[in-house]
Design a protein around this ligand. Structure first.
Ligand SMILES: [Zn+2]
Length: 141
């Protein structure tokens, strides 16, 4: 009979910046190689490369808030710049900013959600704490 002893060193230190950058690239926050999503914005159950359980991710509404914040600032800045440059045809807004307001969040959301999942993983939130917290040894619960 063998007894496996899990130590905190096995879990390792978790770099917030590295985990969030891996998430921005839509990769596993732990190894940065496996895919984070199994579909658009659907986080996979586990990483196919390192086996990290990813189903603990609870990003909820935070990624859309971030996307709205970023896109709102880009579009308002764009609109102010256009208005200060001179008279603007209102149809310019219809043909440029409405598609941008729809497409930019769609394009940005996977990376933003990946960064939020990476943040949750790095801070060991929502079950990302691993075996240590599951055994009652964690300090963040
Ligand atoms: Zn992985």
């Amino acid at each position: 009979m063998t007894i496996a002893i899990e130590t905190d060193a096995a879990e390792g230190e978790r770099s917030l910046a590295k985990a969030m950058l891996n998430g921005v690239a839509c990769r596993c926050p732990r190894c940065g190689k496996g895919k984070l999503y199994r579909a658009y914005l659907k986080v996979g159950d586990s990483c196919s490369v390192c086996g990290e359980t990813l189903s603990h991710a609870r990003a909820d509404d935070f990624p859309p808030y971030i996307a709205i914040f970023i896109v709102g600032h880009v579009l308002v800045g764009w609109m102010l710049h256009a208005e200060m440059a001179g008279p603007v045809d209102p149809m310019l807004y219809v043909w440029t900013m409405i598609p941008a307001a729809i497409l930019l969040p769609i394009v940005m959301l996977p990376s933003i959600k990946g960064a939020v999942v990476g943040l949750q993983w790095a801070f060991r939130m929502h079950g990302f704490a691993g075996k240590r917290a599951a055994e009652g040894l964690g300090s963040d619960q």
